[in-house]
Design a protein around this ligand. Structure first.
Ligand SMILES: NC(=O)c1ccc[n+]([C@@H]2O[C@H](COP(=O)([O-])OP(=O)(O)OC[C@H]3O[C@@H](n4cnc5c(N)ncnc54)[C@H](OP(=O)(O)O)[C@@H]3O)[C@@H](O)[C@H]2O)c1
Length: 439
C-alpha cells in the first residue's frame, strides 16, 4: 500500500491527541483511504515536557526546521499555535512545495492573505479544518458540501468558553465574574481569559467562515467585535422572561446580493445576541459549539459538536491528514483548494449601517415623565419601541426599564442611546444587546 509521510510541529494538547488518534485508528484510515499514513517526526519545545498522551522519545526533536526540511516528510502539520514560529513553519513548508495542515485560527486570521497567496505560488495546499469549531467539519461543509450554494446567513456559537460562561450564568443565575473564576479553576477558561471573553477568538473563526462562504478575504479589522463582559445575570433573567436566551454569535449575513459587476455586501460580526428560546441554537449549551448555515439551494442546516479539546480537534486534523494523503497519492493537490477567491469585489458593511433589533436596559430614577423623555428621543431617531417592561423592585434609588426596539441602523441607535445616557434620571450607561431571530 502506498505510504505518505507526515512531520508534525507541536506535540501538546492537539499534537499529542493527533498522535494518539493515529495510533488508534491508523489501520482504519489506511483501509478507508487505500493509503497508509506515517507520522515520522514530531518537533516540540522541551523533550521532557509531560503530554496529555505520551509520545515515544524516538519520534521527538526540538528542531522544527529539521522536520520541515526532512526529505522524507511530504506533509507538515503545524500545531504550535501563536503567529510567529507558526507562520515561519507554514511558509517554510509551502516554499518547499509541501502541503501544510494547521489548526491555527489566530495565524490564519492575521496572515491568511499571505499564506493563501503562498499556496497558489508554490502549488501546495493548506488544510485547516481544525481551526474553526474543533471537531465539527464546518470548513469541509462550506468548501465542498455547499459548493453549489450561495450562503445567505451563517450564525455560529464558535467559542466554547463564552458559551460555557453564558450557559452557567443562565442556569444558575450567577454573575459573570463568579462563573469566569470557576471556569478558570476547572480549565474551561484560560488565564488571562481576554482572547475568549472579548470575542477575539470567535472573530478569528467568524472571519474565516465569512471568507470561505463569500469568496473574498475578510480582513480582521473589518469584523465588528463585542465580547461578553458586559452581559449581566439581570440581562439573562429579563431575556428569559421575554422568551429569549443570550449567546455569543458569530454572524455572517448577506445584506445585498451580488450584482453583475459588484460583489456581495455582507455583515461580519461577533457580539452577544438575544435569540429566541425556541431556536435550535438556544439549546446549544456548555462548551459545545454549533454553526447554523443557510444556503440558497439547501435551506437551513445545523452543525453541532465539541469545539475544542485534544480528541475533537484531533478528529478534524485527521480529516485533513486523509485529504492531504489522498491528494498526494492521486496527484490531485488542487482538488480541495484552500481558499478560492470568487467574489473579489465583495465588501463588509460597516457596523453603523447594519440594521438590528435591540434589547435595551436602563437604570432610571422612578419618577413620572422619565419614560416620555426616553420615548421622545427614540422616536426622534426614527426608532420604534415594540415593548417595554418595568419589573417590580428597585436597585437602590433606581429601577430597571427594559425596552425592546424595532429594526434600526446601529448608528441611529448608538446616537439615541448617547442622548438617553445624558438624561438626569438615567443613572447608569444603558445596556444594549442586539436581537436576532435567526430565521
Ligand atoms: N487545544 C484545543 O482544544 C484547540 C482546539 C482547536 C484549535 N487549537 C489550535 O491548535 C494549535 C495547538 O494548540 P494546543 O492547545 O495543542 O497548544 P499546546 O498544548 O500549547 O501545544 C503547543 C506545542 O507546540 C510546541 N512548541 C512550542 N514552541 C515550539 C518550538 N519553538 N519548536 C517546536 N515545538 C514548539 C510545544 O512543545 P512542548 O510540548 O515541549 O511545550 C507544544 O507541544 C493552536 O493553534 C490552537 O489554536 C487548539
Amino acid at each position: 500500500m502506498q505510504q505518505i509521510t507526515f512531520g508534525m510541529i507541536g506535540g501538546g494538547t492537539v499534537g499529542s491527541g493527533v498522535f494518539h488518534a493515529l495510533d488508534r485508528n491508523g489501520d482504519l484510515l489506511a483501509a478507508r483511504l487505500g493509503v497508509r499514513v506515517r507520522l515520522a517526526r514530531i518537533a516540540v519545545k522541551a523533550l521532557d515536557e509531560p503530554r496529555p498522551y505520551p509520545i515515544p522519545a524516538a519520534l521527538l526533536t526540538t528542531d522544527w526546521t529539521a522536520v520541515v526540511h526532512d526529505p522524507q516528510v511530504q506533509v507538515v502539520i503545524e500545531l504550535v499555535g501563536g503567529t510567529s514560529i507558526a507562520r515561519k513553519v507554514v511558509l517554510a513548508a509551502l516554499e518547499l512545495g509541501k502541503p501544510v495542515i494547521t489548526a491555527n485560527k489566530a495565524l490564519l486570521s492575521a496572515h491568511g492573505g499571505e499564506l493563501f497567496a503562498a499556496t497558489r505560488k508554490h502549488g501546495a495546499n493548506l488544510y485547516y479544518e481544525a481551526s474553526v469549531a474543533g471537531g465539527i467539519p464546518i470548513i469541509k461543509a462550506l468548501r465542498e458540501g455547499f459548493v453549489g450554494n450561495r450562503i445567505t446567513a451563517l450564525y455560529g456559537i464558535v467559542n466554547g468558553t463564552c458559551n460555557y460562561i453564558l450557559t452557567r450564568m443562565q442556569q444558575e443565575g450567577a454573575d459573570f465574574a463568579e462563573v469566569l473564576a470557576d471556569a478558570q479553576k476547572q480549565g474551561y477558561a484560560e488565564t488571562p481569559p481576554d482572547l475568549d471573553i472579548d470575542g477575539c477568538d470567535a472573530a478569528h473563526k467568524t472571519g474565516l467562515l465569512a471568507s470561505l462562504a463569500h469568496g473574498f478575504w475578510v480582513e480582521p479589522k473589518r469584523i465588528y467585535v463585542e465580547g461578553i463582559r458586559h452581559v449581566s445575570k439581570l440581562d439573562l433573567q429579563f431575556a428569559r422572561q421575554l422568551g429569549y436566551t443570550i449567546k455569543l454569535l458569530g454572524i455572517v449575513k448577506t445584506l445585498a446580493a451580488p450584482k453583475a459587476k459588484a460583489g456581495a455586501r455582507i455583515q461580519v460580526s461577533v457580539y452577544p445576541t438575544l435569540i429566541p428560546k425556541a431556536h435550535v441554537l438556544a439549546s446549544v449549551n456548555g462548551i459545545f459549539n454549533a454553526v447554523f448555515v443557510r444556503g440558497d439551494v439547501v435551506g437551513d442546516t445545523l452543525f453541532y459538536g465539541r469545539g475544542a479539546g485534544k480528541d475533537a480537534t484531533a478528529s478534524a486534523v485527521l480529516s485533513d491528514i486523509a485529504d492531504a494523503a489522498l491528494d498526494l497519492a492521486h496527484g490531485t493537490h488542487g482538488r480541495v483548494p484552500a481558499f478560492v477567491p470568487h467574489e473579489r469585489r465583495g465588501t463588509v458593511a460597516p457596523m453603523d449601517e447594519v440594521v438590528s433589533r435591540y434589547y435595551v436596559r436602563l437604570s432610571v430614577v422612578d419618577r413620572p415623565g422619565v419614560f416620555a423623555k426616553v420615548a421622545s428621543i427614540l422616536s426622534g431617531a426614527g426608532i420604534g419601541i415594540s415593548s417595554i417592561i418595568q419589573p417590580e423592585g428597585h436597585e437602590g434609588e433606581t429601577v430597571p426599564v427594559i425596552l425592546m426596539l424595532h429594526d434600526a441602523p446601529n448608528a441611529a441607535l448608538q446616537k439615541a442611546l448617547a442622548k438617553i445616557a445624558k438624561l438626569p434620571a438615567v443613572k447608569a450607561p444603558p445596556v444594549m444587546i442586539r436581537v436576532e431571530s435567526c430565521v
